[in-house]
Ligand binder design. Sequence first.
Ligand SMILES: Cc1cc2nc3c(=O)[nH]c(=O)nc-3n(C[C@H](O)[C@H](O)[C@H](O)COP(=O)(O)OP(=O)(O)OC[C@H]3O[C@@H](n4cnc5c(N)ncnc54)[C@H](O)[C@@H]3O)c2cc1C
Length: 512
Amino acid sequence: MTTEVIVVGAGPTGLMLACELALAGVRPLIVERRTEPQRDSRALTLHPRSIELMDLRGLAPRFLAAGTTVPGWHFAGLETRLDFTALDSRHAYTLFIAQARTEALLAERAAELGVGILRGHRTVGVRQDPDGVEVDVVDVRNEHGPGGRRTLRAAYAVGCDGGRSLVRTAAGIGFPGTDETVTGVLGDFETVDRDDPGLRRAQARGVLVAPLEDGATRLVCLDPARMRVPSREPVTLEEFRTSLTDICGSDCGVGRPRWLSRFGNEARLAETYRAGRILLAGDAAHIHFPAGGQGLNTGLQDAANLGWRLAAEISGWAPPGLLDGYDAERRPVGAAVVENTGIQTLLAELVLVPQYARPAAALRGMLDGFLGTAEVNRILAEQVSALGTAYPARGPGADPLEGRRMPDIGLTAAGSAATRVYELTDRSRFLLLDLAGDEALPPAVAAGWSGRVEAVTVTGRDDHPELAGVTEVLVRPDGHVAWASRTGDRAGRRAERTRALTAWAGTPGTPD
Ligand SMILES: Cc1cc2nc3c(=O)[nH]c(=O)nc-3n(C[C@H](O)[C@H](O)[C@H](O)COP(=O)(O)OP(=O)(O)OC[C@H]3O[C@@H](n4cnc5c(N)ncnc54)[C@H](O)[C@@H]3O)c2cc1C
């Protein structure tokens, strides 16, 4: 079987993308330089929209069983928390789950879908021609031996190979942004004195303390005295202890570090997410300070946006511009994340700079007060949770629902046991929901777009303010609304529907 897409990198983005491609009927191969899955976890969070993505594919129970939910998150470490419980989602919480666990669950899913992962192979070159891409890989266990280097061929390559992406460089895509000015340190410790009063003081002074699933504890801190140390400089246990003692008067009894790391606020966004047959997703496309825990989440959402578009292109039915829509929709989201993490970093950094410490503390106090206002809290919570992500609607006169995420309303549907919308989306197809109960719809659609669109006649549904008066809705495979109609006139709706289906799901084929 020939590979259709080479995905470089088996991090969360690459694994998610490969699953999405396989689900849409395309054959991906993941190439990963590490011989074994990563054990240490940078990220610890899955925010609401990412959990919804898992729910769209029937994977939410696996993830929920492997993590712990918390009712909200923070912005810039401000004391008033972002209240996710007020958000319109069945998953109105953050899931605390180690990145290694997220990757393991996605790798398990990839295996179920028959995705191959070529571990222990470093990509060293990528080229494209009018018909496809060539990817040079080196077997890291046999670099200079016979057969240690080979060239793979596919129709497309996607760089999910992290911030230092070789694929991005090979494609000649620029990565403009700002250099690191601030660094923080993290440590996963097997021993921490939980009764040490310093630990409570540490949390009040901006040190993040998080229990890990195997009994270890993660501490993350920004030490004013050491925040200019370059991230390439290794962290020692002694340094960590000194920082904690300076910040909160105690080293909190930290010992037996399993992992110590320094990270910085270098922030960059790829000039484009697509250069011909080479695409970028995740950290390969955007890097920033890990404020608000958004990097991994953004990568998963990139993958969900790209998978079905690329599969449509490869399958030959993608309408013009569908694949370019990935860059058009996701680059602005990447830019917004780079911006909001920049704001959060500045708010944390300024209080540590002596000449700004007082006004910066006052500014933080003021913002804390603003966060107490439900509307302000909701705006930032929607941003960090990514539930507020809405893509531009197509053209004037578009329904306000278009581009937004489809609410997961409860429903009953003809010929289906599904009880809510997200139970109808596990196959990476467009979902055409006839909310007006027009019985003629499924055969009509099957005639033209079978295999691309699943048409469902809804016989009963929960009320939802955004869906009031909506008679029909076309949901994209990533759960965003492609088109919605509020007309009760069947003939008018039929014409609108045909236009929308052709614009999104391509020219209708010969009826089965
Ligand atoms: C301290 C810290 C805390 C964080 N906390 C959070 C958080 O709570 N929530 C959150 O959402 N994000 C968080 N992040 C960010 C998150 O870790 C990243 O955004 C995420 O790992 C990006 O996933 P990715 O798959 O795009 O890239 P990566 O995870 O970097 O994966 C890239 C993969 O590509 C492989 N690779 C690289 N080069 C090659 C090559 N040439 N050939 C073959 N394979 C290659 C690598 O080995 C790796 O497996 C944090 C980051 C840091 C530093």
